[in-house]
Design a protein around this ligand. Structure first.
Ligand code: HEM
Length: 532
């Protein structure tokens, strides 16, 4: 079963680093370090996903288990409130994460691929392979496509039936098989919000196929559509998503002046790696944006679209409420997740009280994330709700220990030495934050350890909460540099193709998520919100 996190990290130059948080068959017992040998069977058959270390090794600076438990609990106390970012961007972030960390070898037919392709397949890129798999020409990915080999399959929601509003789902003789989404990355069916984001991306691709390929010779149509889709998606990430979550000055500096910390001077087309500082800390910022409840649509209003229900009405995080297709009453109202007044479409807006903002980016996560659905983390369904392995904050902190991740302080020093302008947080700032996690329940010794050797994930979240809910300093730099490199190393790349200008938005320099949705849903209210 595909779950969220990597259970082991192959770090280039270091080999396999691993420690199970529990739940995996055959994994070492909780807390026990895995040896490289315990993963060697996998490592021998296929190249592992390519992680790297951007900064220094944090050996000797990791928090012990009792401290991680206390800190994880402190982070799961609600209170930071909501921020300014529309809630749809939370799940766009999750979709981006899955695109980056997608291991294409899961959907490639081994016999068809060269060693070079295998390497590329296990590398982070922003190529939408979580949408396209290995393409319609690869026998193992053909199932994601219509018979024309151009359109991506769409799904139907039910009662009443509506085409194109659910992920395509399976057939077979059991409910579980029928429910299973036919998409390359099942993680995109882990909750309804990310599943509906994936559904929108399917529509986006199909509409590009329908409207943009007039003069393109048949043999090149798919490749051209994918190029148009991918470059617009990257443009949207660079110009809309990133400056919302990261201080815009940092994003502009990285994209205009280049990287200073990560794979500096790499040959652009070389296969990129994924820094563990991004994967285990920086980009887990999205966990703090998740809300406990959403004004989801007219049927599940006023917070009734709770996070547990969004898990349930997916097929990886739940069981589609016992159905085998999504019920139409659960289809998203995108007007409540993205602000279409940005695109001058006041007729596609909802009253402020109905709109969903993401939670502020800070050192708190909402309570349901303290009790993750066991099946999403490969734990038995009987695992008690208060089992610490179900606390996402504890898991994130434990992963950091497993890979001996650099602390916030180590990364600040490292970045300064690379000429990045960052100001290290003071101990007082780390202790007090700004309305984030309260460290009061930690013992004096535990607190001192946290203030001295601050886990990187916690550090970047404290930086953000002291900056009005936006990453700055260490966090902003790690995220912007990693995404820059992932775009640069992608087959289609707006970093390499500097002449690219978007053609599907209002003008040749603008393409935001609202523009993507307007294009995908034909600008129609009845499609952006079919429930009325
Ligand atoms: C309801 C929403 C979400 C849930 C339930 C969730 C859950 C998880 C879980 C269980 C893990 C693995 C933890 C571990 O054992 O190491 C994980 C990893 C991760 N998550 Fe999330 N997550 C959510 C949203 C997000 C968002 C919005 C982002 C970013 C914007 C994000 C970024 C990441 C990253 C970067 C990782 C590590 C890399 C990976 O394996 O994908 N997640 N998440």
């Amino acid at each position: 079963m595909v779950t969220h996190g990597s259970e082991s990290y192959f770090v280039i130059g270091e080999g396999l680093l691993g420690e199970s948080i529990g739940g995996r068959n055959g994994g070492p017992p909780d807390g026990a370090a895995a040896t490289a040998a315990s993963f060697s069977a996998t490592a021998a058959s296929v190249p592992p996903f390519r992680f790297s270390r951007m900064g220094p090794n944090g050996a000797g600076k990791q928090l012990g288990e009792p401290n991680r438990k206390k800190l994880g609990d402190a982070m799961a106390v609600p209170g930071g409130g909501q921020g300014q970012i529309p809630a749809g961007f939370t799940y766009l972030g999750q979709f981006i994460d899955h695109d980056l960390t997608f291991d294409k070898t899961n959907v490639m037919l081994g016999a068809n691929v060269t060693p070079a392709q295998l390497l590329q397949a296990r590398s982070p890129s922003l190529d939408l392979d979580s949408l396209y798999g290995a393409g319609p020409g690869d026998p193992a990915s053909a199932k994601f496509y219509e018979a024309d080999g151009l359109h991506l399959k769409t799904g139907k929601s039910i009662n009443p039936t509506k085409n194109g509003f659910d992920l395509p789902r399976g057939a077979g003789n059991t409910a579980a098989k029928k429910r299973k989404a036919i998409i390359p990355d099942p993680r995109n069916d882990e909750n309804l919000a990310v599943a509906q984001t994936h559904t929108a991306m399917i529509r986006f691709h199909n509409r590009v196929v329908d409207t943009q390929l007039g003069a393109v010779p048949p043999a090149q149509k798919f490749a051209k559509a994918r190029e148009i889709v991918t470059k617009h998606y990257q443009w949207m990430i660079r110009s809309d998503y990133l400056p919302r979550i990261c201080r815009p000055g940092v994003v502009n500096d990285v994209f205009n002046n280049g990287r200073k910390a990560f794979e500096v001077g790499a040959t652009p087309t070389d296969v990129p790696t994924m820094p563990i500082e991004f994967s285990v800390a920086g980009f887990r910022l999205g966990h703090s944006m998740v809300r406990a409840g959403y004004n989801w649509n007219i049927n599940f209003d006023n917070g009734d679209g709770t996070l547990p229900l969004l898990f349930e009405f997916s097929a990886t995080g739940g069981g589609l409420g016992g159905e085998t297709r999504l019920l139409t009453i659960w289809v998203a109202d995108f007007r409540r997740l993205y602000d279409f007044s940005e695109a001058n479409r006041p007729n596609l807006t909802v009253p402020p009280g109905k709109f969903n903002h993401a939670m502020r980016i800070d050192s708190r996560i909402v309570n349901p994330l303290q009790h993750l659905p066991p099946q999403t983390i490969a734990l038995p369904n009987s695992t008690p709700g208060n089992d610490v392995r179900r606390n996402l904050a504890f898991r994130n902190l434990t992963r950091a220990r497993m890979v001996r991740l650099a602390t916030g302080q180590q990364m600040a020093t490292f970045l300064k030495n690379r000429g990045v302008n960052v100001t290290k947080l003071t101990k007082t700032q780390i202790r007090d934050g700004n309305g984030g996690a309260d460290l009061g329940a930690l013992t004096q010794t535990q607190r001192q350890a946290v203030l001295r050797d601050t886990p990187l994930w916690f550090y970047v979240l404290r930086e953000a909460e002291l900056n009005n809910g936006q990453l700055k300093g260490v966090g902003a730099r790690i995220v912007a540099e990693t995404l820059h490199r992932a775009m640069e190393g992608s087959t289609h790349s707006i970093v390499r193709d500097t002449a690219f200008a978007p053609s599907l938005g209002p003008n040749s320099s603008t393409f935001r998520m609202v523009d993507l949705l307007l294009f995908a849903f034909e600008g129609k209210k009845a499609l952006l919100n079919p429930n009325g």
